[in-house]
Design a protein around this ligand. Structure first.
Ligand SMILES: C[S@@+](CC[C@H](N)C(=O)[O-])C[C@H]1O[C@@H](n2cnc3c(N)ncnc32)[C@H](O)[C@@H]1O
Length: 264
């Protein structure tokens, strides 16, 4: 899978994603990361890529042409690397195989489902805006979808692009040591993950729940499921549907709550 990021600040993308788990995955070739400097497609030799907004307003806007040329670069580059035959290359240039995402506060809020959908693509082009944003005409021409990190405004799309790539890349085969590493995580099953503990078994008078040291796998798994339900009920009840909880779950949850209360 290949991510192409169109940006004025490629170093922000590279510095972030070439670190830690995504950095190792890039080294192993588990996915590809290309950054395209929008300024390389400036409209003049001074590197001009922005201009005043028609109709007034204080800010500057990224111009359509440098963004469009950067996008063509990303599409062409992918075609020439990945198409095996001349025929495929020709087909590629007419049929747009890449999915183009504009990071924008107006977009659909990013979530685990979107990350999983993106991880299934061959080639994703992420467009990072800056200043007041980007000329609408090029957005209309090239963008398939807009994604937002949340209801707030960032100075640029780079941090959002890194978040999207990180969340999608860790779902690709081989990036994490085992599929189980993410299958039980928060938002994968619709619930938040249960709390975790590591050694020592007692820290500053706080003990690890006894059941986790019991070695009784079936009981541990039931405990983990109930704790995951409790975590969700407590922190994100909006994620739960009433059908998620059976009568016996409620009964066991009440027992756990009583145990917690008597321990405090
Ligand atoms: C200062 S913002 C422009 C905001 C725009 N004038 C508006 O009011 O919708 C500059 C760039 O940051 C990025 N950005 C800002 N907030 C974002 C968010 N919540 N999610 C994703 N990208 C965001 C976008 O790429 C945007 O083009």
């Amino acid at each position: 899978m290949r991510f192409s990021v169109l940006t004025l600040f490629p170093e922000m993308i590279r510095n972030t994603l070439e670190t830690s788990i995504t950095g190792k995955a890039l080294e192993k070739g588990l996915f590809e990361l290309e950054t395209i400097q929008i300024r390389d497609h400036a409209v003049n030799s001074y590197g001009k890529v922005d201009d005043y907004v028609f109709g007034g307003g204080k800010g500057m806007l990224l111009m359509a042409e440098p963004v469009y040329q950067s996008w063509l670069d990303a599409v062409k580059c992918y075609s020439s690397v990945h198409a095996d035959t001349e025929f495929e290359q020709a087909a590629d240039s007419s049929v747009k195989r890449a999915r183009t995402i504009y990071l924008s506060p107006k977009g659909r809020r990013f979530d685990q489902e979107a990350a999983a959908r993106i991880a299934k693509q061959d080639h994703v082009i992420l467009l990072c805006g800056h200043y007041e944003g980007i000329d609408q005409r090029v957005l209309d021409q090239i963008v398939d979808e807009e994604i937002s990190l949340g209801d707030f405004v960032l100075t640029g799309g780079e941090l959002a692009a890194c978040v999207v790539i990180d969340a999608a890349a860790r779902l690709l085969p081989g990036v994490l040591p085992a599929e189980e590493a993410y299958m039980n995580e928060s938002h994968m099953s619709g619930l938040l993950e249960q709390p975790h503990y590591t050694r020592p078994s007692e820290w500053q008078g706080r003990e690890v729940p006894e059941i986790l040291l019991s070695g009784h796998q079936a009981r541990i798994e039931r405990w983990q499921y109930l704790r995951s339900l409790m975590e969700t009920l407590d922190k994100r009840p909006d994620l739960l549907r009433s059908s998620d909880l059976k009568i016996e779950d409620w009964e066991d949850l009440i027992v756990i709550l009583q145990e917690d209360k008597s321990r405090k």
